[in-house]
Ligand binder design. Sequence first.
Ligand code: PHE
Length: 340
Amino acid sequence: MLDKLMNLREEVKERLNSADSIQSIMDTKVEYLGKKGKLTDILKEMGKLSAEERPKMGKVANEIRDYLEGSIEEKMTELKEAEKQATIEKEYLDVTIPKKQKDIGHLHPLAETKRQLEDLFLSMGFKVLDGPEIETVENNFDLLNSPLDHPSRDMSDTFYMDKDHVLRSHTSPVQIRAMKEYGAPLKMISAGRTFRNDEVDDTHSPMFHQIEGLVVDKNISIANLKSTIKTVLIELFGQELDTRFRPHYFPFTEPSFEVDVTCTNCGGKGCEKCNGTGWSMELLGCGMVHPNVLRNCGIDPEVYTGFAFGMGLDRLVMVKHDINNLRLLFDNDKRFLDQF
Ligand code: PHE
């Protein structure tokens, strides 16, 4: 029996030495120390021993059991520790590695300026409206008091869909739609795409953007027109800016003006960019709404007056960001757009 116990000890020793997983140690524990385990089997034979051998053997058996339990426990702890270490190594995180840069998009400079202007006008009590890009000839020309022989109506200047529909050549037809729908008094703006039969160059494109505004009420005068436009341009370009109103002609306004702003490059001193004039190229057309236009939309010009203005949004963005080529705004070149 002593031999059996000694063998048992050796067996377990070997099993533990070669054990490489916690599971195999658990198995060993059950196999040797379990209720139906090998040690239990041996101990069952104790009954056969003589009365004097029994306590001696009992003592040895206890020692062996303690030894087995102890060594199994020890090996178990060792393996658990190793496993933990392995996990730590596997899941090691180097917090000093620079993170992958994600490109976060942003608004196109045109969209940004458009929204900035819409917010400004909203804060001044204007409605922000939309109109269709395919417009009736009536809204685009006739009701805007543009006579049949006006050059802008020419086939070579405007894209005709059919004889009654055009790709709108300006945003002014949205004024007409607004007056017909809401009547007077009215304060509205509308921004969007416009189309003209122009060759592409640094400052021209067959598709461009305008923002249009209209105010109709009692006692509206040129003073209201000038102060509104100055407020808007100062918001866009800053306090130091000066404005200049030059007489001009539009069929739908009378009198009409074109507006220049101080050259953003030289601040008005005169440089090569502004051809020595001190003024940036015309940004905006405006004027007092022609009585015929009001009448065409069912508003009595004896009771109401109004002013209207239209600006090239692309041109505003070009002046604001010092961009020298209109094409850059439509090319979608990421290297260009990333600068904003
Ligand atoms: N529609 C004119 C243009 O395209 C601009 C404008 C709008 C002028 C409103 C006066 C009043 O040039």
